[in-house]
Design a protein around this ligand. Structure first.
Ligand code: ATP
Ligand code: MG
Length: 496
């Protein structure tokens, strides 16, 4: 029996592709995915979509999922970022089968590049970056071949070896794949696959002064790990021919299948590590884990649970069309999870004093309130009740708006888990502000409805003499506009 047999029908195009591949035994019945972050920032909610997809796909199909750091840009990467990424993936609830770094493959990648040169499929170019850009052509015009394109294989091998040995200055030479300068796909116009950069690497130290480019590195890393399905975001669609070209030219253990999906774009926030980094370094926020940030570290500090994020990622689904998701969808998932799992306590943020005139002065009752209204197994807690209580200012209205169910002058309301009280008198200060309510309680209404009257509203409260001071941090949205990403000075839209 295949592992898929008991699962519901695939509800997105990637599940469909994988179900078909398993049926046709395309990758020997295996599913192997990877999550490949660049350690140049903290993970954000967009990455969560990719994490849930990659790890989820492996879990659903009895497959494996690797965590791979795509660490080919040493100047922007750090150990701090790597550690935060590992912590956040685990916090989301996933465990990788293997942990790799693109830098683990530097020697193999170098040897593969030598093979490309030997096959006449790569050459060392002395053109400057500006010249290379100028010769690349445009969408409507073909590129121009570099004069170095016809360099002999022997010369290319010698130069590439000297690049590695550190004989040249940064930028003096690059290694380019020899594909097609007239290709309609600009990515295929002899892309650079190695550049000289004298930068200390957080893992390989100063062992290398040449570093492989992303497009060249990614497909080979996937192949070396035996990845079957390489899931990435839509902007890599135009890079797929290059992904496939590299793997077709070289003898690699396998040829993974690149599949693109739409990246998450969430309103009122930003999902670009570069821009989030700018918010942090320019101090528009307090750090990567500022609770307003869409980073997993920020969401965690804001009290969001991993389950809420996983639900969100499932709910938004997978498509090939870029679209914006409303922040309300995430907020809904957060509330759903908290509603189901959070233990209840009562807190009053903007207090209004209520004196219960017919309650004995020194009496204190210990009321038993359930910790969760729908889950008795979560037990009960004792909450003290006394003559003076605090309620929320918003839970009283002198002139109620239509359909207002809470406390009004002369009206009744239930104090949660306690009695029904009626508002007899409203006390105001010299400016006419309400400062206190005088209420009376009905001693017959503890845990049961008053006879003959309907009390619709239920409000929370705390006993004034028993109340504990608490610091409550309320976080709103980070930005004042729904699509800050589309604005040049997006950081000016951070809510102050
Ligand atoms: P950023 O623009 O934030 O730097 P990135 O794609 O450069 O994003 P990576 O570290 O390379 O960041 O991302 C690791 C993985 O997460 C990639 O496979 C990438 O496609 C995926 N990913 C990044 N952002 C999103 C997003 N908004 N929605 C879905 N997947 C994403
Ligand atoms: Mg990237």
């Amino acid at each position: 029996m295949s592992t898929n047999e008991n699962l519901p029908a695939p509800n997105n195009f990637i599940r469909q592709i994988i179900a078909n591949d398993l049926k046709s035994n395309k990758h020997n019945g295996k599913v192997a995915t990877r999550f490949p972050p660049e350690p140049n920032g903290y993970l954000h909610i967009g990455h969560a979509k990719s994490i849930c997809l990659n790890f989820g796909t492996a879990l659903e199909n009895n497959g494996t999922c690797n965590l791979r750091f795509d660490d080919t840009n040493p100047e922007k990467e750090s150990v701090e970022y790597m550690e935060s990424i590992k912590r956040d993936v685990q916090w989301l609830g996933f465990q990788w089968d293997a942990l790799w770094h693109a830098s683990d493959y530097f020697e193999q990648l170098y040897q593969y590049a030598v093979q490309l040169i030997e096959q006449g499929l790569a050459y060392v170019d002395s053109s400057t970056p500006e010249q290379i850009r100028a010769m690349r052509g445009t969408l409507t015009e073909p590129g121009i071949e570099s004069p170095d394109r016809s360099r002999s294989i022997a010369e290319n091998l010698a130069l590439f070896q000297r690049m590695r040995a550190g004989e040249f200055a940064d930028g003096q030479y690059v290694l380019r794949a020899k594909i097609d300068m007239a290709s309609p796909n600009i990515n295929m116009r002899d892309p650079t696959i190695y550049r000289i950069r004298r930068v200390h690497h957080h893992r390989t130290g100063d062992a290398w002064c040449i570093y492989p480019m992303y497009d060249y590195t990614h497909c080979l890393s996937d192949a070396l790990e035996g990845i079957t399905h390489s899931l990435c975001t839509l902007e890599f669609e135009d890079h797929r021919p290059l992904y496939d070209w590299v793997l077709e030219q070289l003898q690699t253990p396998c040829h993974p299948q690149q599949i693109e999906f739409a990246r998450l774009q969430l309103e009122y926030t930003i999902v670009s590590k570069r821009k989030l980094n700018q918010l942090v370094t320019e101090k528009h926020v307090r750090g990567w884990d500022d609770p307003r940030m869409p980073t997993l570290a920020g969401l965690r500090r804001a009290g969001v649970t991993p389950k809420a994020i996983r639900d969100f990622c499932e709910r938004i689904g997978l498509t090939k069309q870029n679209s914006w998701i409303e922040m309300g969808v995430l907020e809904y998932c957060i509330r759903e999870d908290l509603n189901e799992n959070a233990l209840r306590v009562m807190a009053v943020l903007a207090p209004l004093r209520v004196v219960i005139t017919n309650y004995p002065d020194d009496k204190v009752e210990s009321l038993e309130l359930s910790n969760h209204p729908q889950r008795p197994e979560l037990g009960k807690r004792s909450v003290p009740f006394s003559k003076v209580i605090l309620i929320e200012q918003d839970d009283f209205a002198e002139v109620p708006p239509p359909k207002y169910k809470r406390l009004v002058p002369g009206g009744e309301v239930r104090l949660r888990g306690s009695y029904v009280v009626r508002c007899d008198e409203v006390i105001k200060d010299a400016d006419g502000n309400v400062v206190e309510l005088r209420c009376s309680y009905d001693p017959d209404t503890l845990g049961k409805n008053p006879e003959g009257r309907k009390v619709k509203g239920v409000i929370h409260w705390v006993s004034e003499q028993h109340a504990l001071p608490a610091e409550v941090r309320l976080y709103g949205r980070l930005f004042t506009v729904p699509q800050p990403d589309n604005e040049e000075n997006f950081f000016k839209r951070v809510k102050s």
